[in-house]
Ligand binder design. Structure first.
Ligand code: GLP
Length: 240
């Protein structure tokens, strides 16, 4: 299902309500989480609402989509740091509840295999939150990634390094590789929600809307999921 909401604030309110409801229904919810600027207002709204309601978050389990290879958890641009700042610390979600791929492991191949296994051992993802790159990537699954992929190492495309360069002092500091959950891991979630906001996402959303399911547009796979939502604001919907 496609939904158009007026602005990022409305999307944040909507998703915060949805997350609260899911956790109230199942306090042991296994949540797949995303990073990026699209998620910031969503996490901020959720933290406020969870606090107001005194929501019990002690038993949820979370898995993040991805992490840069070579960035330590304390690095300000690492996704570990992002998650601590925007969600885990303010919501009081403990270290033992959360998993992210390690960007600093010695054996990346083993880290990848273990990460997918750990998701399965947790009973699989109940709910996966996704952003989208301007080239259609989800997590860091770049165009051309097989839909059958599990957690793997990615060489980041120039497009992605350029887009994400805004978070670094200069683009040359953007790592060249990352570990990402694979498309099969994402699709095995019981429910998938992709969010896009802002006019810089209008072109990719029009492409996502129009194109068939195709590995060159990784996000297109979610249109084949039994329980998916694609939520955009008016700016990201302007070419639909
Ligand atoms: C990164 C992340 C993706 C995210 C994308 C869009 O590449 N790996 O998971 O969806 O950025 O980010 P933003 O929300 O900042 O546009």
């Amino acid at each position: 299902m496609f939904y158009v909401l007026p602005n990022p604030h409305a999307i944040a309110e909507y998703l915060s309500n949805l997350l609260v409801q899911k956790i109230q229904e199942n306090p042991k919810l296994v949540l797949g989480l995303a990073t990026g600027s699209t998620m910031e207002p969503i996490y901020a709204a959720f933290v406020v609402q969870a606090k107001q309601l005194g929501l019990n978050l002690n038993d949820i389990v979370t898995f993040n989509l991805d992490e840069y290879i070579g960035l330590a958890p304390e690095h300000p641009q690492s996704y570990h740091h992002y998650m601590q700042t925007h969600l885990f610390k303010p919501a009081g979600i403990r270290q033992e509840q959360v998993s992210l791929p390690s960007g600093m492991c010695r054996d990346v191949e083993l880290e990848c295999v273990n990460y997918s296994k750990k998701i399965q051992a947790a009973g699989g993802l109940d709910f996966q939150l996704l952003g989208i790159g301007t080239n259609g990537h989800i997590g860091f699954n770049e165009p051309g990634t097989p839909f059958s992929s599990l957690t793997h190492v990615v060489d980041l495309s120039e497009n992605t390094r350029r887009d994400n360069g805004r978070f670094f002092e200069d683009k040359s500091q953007v790592p060249t590789q990352a570990i990402t959950m694979g498309i099969e891991d994402i699709m095995s979630a019981k429910e998938v929600v992709l969010v896009a906001t802002g006019s810089h996402k209008a072109e990719v959303m029009a492409k996502l809307f129009e194109t068939a399911i195709d590995e060159d547009m990784p996000a297109s796979i979610i249109k084949s999921h039994d329980n998916f939502k694609i939520i955009v604001d008016q700016a990201a919907a302007e070419l639909l």
